[in-house]
Design a protein around this ligand. Structure first.
Ligand code: ZN
Ligand code: ZN
Length: 344
């Protein structure tokens, strides 16, 4: 089968190759991939700025149909529509796993990073990571369930967003836009999103379609002043940081109200980021580092999508055949897309 493979360590080193179809182990299923979504971390792997274990087939955001089951698998059958969590390799027995957070287990080797992913016709994975996909959710939208579940884990489960909150989201990339949709679904009274002039063409428009009260171009406006003016000088209840930019991270400390919360989801790509530490202490800010997704967040996300509460389809700007993966990367690099879905 054709698969998009990161074949070595270094920049680039990705190509479409012919590889054997995978065979599921006893506790695994074979999934026919129906749609796979291109993630920012796939681009980081392309640029060698994210961990990965080559050679590896890329792709961790996907949906599909079960095409085969290992002999020990119960409760799943050929033809079932499914999505899968990405925490392959999580051990289930360490302190982190046992305390309810297998998604941050140090032994985890996610799809498309540590084990072969879904930029291919077929992928195999453990049955224990599957979730049923209702008919009411298209395969294309379902391919975004992983980043949606990450945002639900971060914003709802960890940072406890509430109806009536005011929120600023820094960065209108896919995670920022999904966060916006979730904030709206949670019933916030005010949500603004920040970005740059490069976001005007596509991402700010999607932000408006998703119900942003305000889009703030950080290159044209004083972000902090705009947010304070919009909140009677107080600052917002929660800043959701998705950009990973050190400027935005510092600004978050000024945009958030006293005893407010910063929900950090964006990866900076740097070893160290300087923050206004004492300012954070004197304001009594909670700063939550968020990573990956919980089982419950997947179930919650599937519910939100199947009931039409989360309008994630607005994020899809392009659907391309898998062969055009390079074009997908190019569109995302140039900020000419929000979510690109590949069809194997
Ligand atoms: Zn991802
Ligand atoms: Zn573990």
């Amino acid at each position: 089968m054709k698969a998009v493979v990161k074949y070595g360590k270094g920049k680039g080193m990705i190509e479409m190759r012919d590889i054997p179809e995978p065979i599921p182990k006893d506790d695994e299923v074979l999934i026919e991939v129906k749609a796979v979504s291109v993630c920012g971390s796939d681009l980081h792997i392309y640029h060698d700025s994210h961990p990965y274990w080559p050679p590896v087939v890329l792709g961790h955001e996907f949906s599909g149909v079960i095409a085969g089951v290992g002999k020990d698998v119960e409760g799943w059958k050929v033809g079932d529509r499914v999505v899968s969590e990405t925490r392959t390799g999580s051990c289930g027995v360490c302190y982190t796993c046992q305390s309810g957070f297998p998604q941050v287990c140090e032994h985890k080797r996610a799809f498309g990073i540590g084990i072969n992913g879904a930029y291919a016709k077929y992928v195999t994975g453990p049955a224990r990571l599957l979730h049923h996909l209702p008919d009411s959710i298209s395969f294309e939208v379902a391919a975004m369930l992983e980043p949606i579940a990450v945002c639900v884990t971060s914003i709802i489960e960890r940072c406890h967003i509430k109806a009536g909150d005011s929120v600023v989201i820094t960065g209108p990339g896919p995670i920022g836009l999904i966060s916006l949709a979730i904030a709206r679904a949670a019933g916030v009274k005010f949500v603004a999103i920040t970005g740059t002039s490069a976001d005007k063409k596509i991402r700010f428009k999607i932000a408006e379609a998703l119900g942003a009260d305000m889009v703030i171009n950080a290159q044209e406006e004083d972000v902090i002043k705009t947010v304070l003016d919009a909140t009677e000088g107080r600052g917002v209840d929660m800043v959701i940081e998705t950009s990973g930019s050190d400027v935005a991270i510092s600004q978050a400390f000024e945009m958030v109200r006293r005893v407010g919360r910063i929900c950090a989801i964006g990866i900076s790509g740097k070893t160290t980021v300087s923050i206004p530490y004492d300012r954070g202490i004197f304001k009594g800010i909670s700063f939550d580092f968020c990573f990956s997704s919980s089982w419950t967040a997947w179930e919650r996300s599937i519910g939100l999508l199947s009931k039409g509460i989360l309008k994630a389809e607005k994020l899809i700007t392009h659907t391309l055949p898998l062969e055009k993966w390079e074009e997908a990367f190019y569109l995302l690099e140039r900020l000419e897309a929000a979510k690109v879905i590949l069809i194997p």
